[in-house]
Design a protein around this ligand. Structure first.
Ligand SMILES: C[S@@+](CC[C@H](N)C(=O)[O-])C[C@H]1O[C@@H](n2cnc3c(N)ncnc32)[C@H](O)[C@@H]1O
Length: 297
């Protein structure tokens, strides 16, 4: 990895404070920024992340995209977005994954949208004797799949037959999920009882850190899965959580992702989606059973 390039004096960078105008030709008009930034750069990044991850970026995302991808320029030692993108497009190497990781939004928390976990608990308790296969797609840093595993352990017992596949396109957040270590502010919404039963508390240098206990973690497996590609999943799932990711996809992409999810679910299986996601036009695939909960037909 090349060292961090120095700030304002390299060709192709701007160091002048001032307004922001965005030419299509990539000219050096985006003043006050470390790197020249143009509509052409934005549109190129927009097309590439759409192609690779299905993420649709609207024009209000200029500042976010600039800030996130400029970190990649620094890491790789490029002086301009144009150079960085030229090299990226000519390669099929690991920078593609870094590019994707830089552009995903990974906000999550334990027991986010609590009502889903209440429904899940009832569902699991209704069929204690059979194995449960649950897929948590777009799982980010792991709070969601561990919340699912905690719910299952409470309903079925720690030795119950349940397996949670935890996946994301972003390798960095998935590595965090696989570690299963969270800071105090991340677990503060969990009850003392849950913290004691499912986490080990760090001591000494690890004070303030909480690690998921191995007997819970063994129910969770981690996979890099891109929802816009054919799914590398064989067994049919009883439950799928695919929450707060479809909002980044356009209508046709959402439809394709729903069709893929449908193919890996058992008939009668339950699909949980995010609070802002509505798939009423996929009536032939899924039927609404509650607030943002669908049954696979
Ligand atoms: C806002 S987070 C949602 C996390 C969690 N599902 C929740 O609701 O708390 C969105 C996640 O979707 C992932 N993502 C974005 N595009 C994806 C794709 N094409 N395939 C799989 N995951 C994707 C991102 O990496 C990110 O971790």
């Amino acid at each position: 990895m090349k060292p961090h390039a120095a700030a304002t004096h390299s060709p192709g960078r701007t160091g002048v404070a001032g307004g922001l105008a965005l030419p299509d030709d990539g000219g050096p008009v985006a003043e006050g920024r470390e790197f020249v930034w143009s509509n052409a750069d934005f549109n190129r990044i927009k097309a590439l992340i759409y192609q690779k991850a299905g993420i649709s970026l609207h024009d209000g995302k200029h500042a976010m995209v600039y800030s996130r991808v400029s970190r990649r320029l620094r890491e790789t030692g490029h002086n301009s977005f144009r150079d960085y993108l030229d090299v990226l497009e000519r390669s099929d190497g690991p920078e593609w994954q870094e590019f994707i990781n830089a552009l995903t939004t990974n906000l999550t928390s334990f027991f986010r949208e609590q009502h889903h976990f209440d429904i899940l608990a009832q569902l699991l308790a209704s069929r204690r004797q059979q194995p449960w296969r649950i897929w948590c797609a777009a799982a980010s840093t792991g709070e969601e799949p561990y919340s699912i595993a905690i719910t299952a352990a409470e309903a079925l017992g720690m030795g119950g037959q349940f397996q949670v596949v935890c996946s994301d396109i972003d390798t960095k957040v998935l590595a965090t999920a696989a570690k299963g270590i969270y800071r105090l502010d991340g677990v503060k919404g969990l009850s003392q009882e849950r913290l004691q039963r499912f986490f080990m508390r760090g001591r000494g240098a690890n004070e303030g850190l909480f690690r998921v206990k191995p007997d819970l973690q063994k129910h969770v497996e981690f996979r890099v899965i891109n929802l816009i590609e054919e799914l590398p999943l064989r067994d049919a799932f009883d439950v799928v959580f695919c929450r707060n990711v479809m909002i980044y996809f356009d209508g046709p992409t959402q439809r394709q992702v729903l069709e893929r999810i449908h193919r890996v679910m058992k008939p009668g299986g339950m699909l949980f989606v995010g609070h802002a996601e509505n798939f009423s036009d996929a009536r032939l695939l899924f039927s609404l059973r509650g607030k943002t909960v669908y049954e696979r037909l």
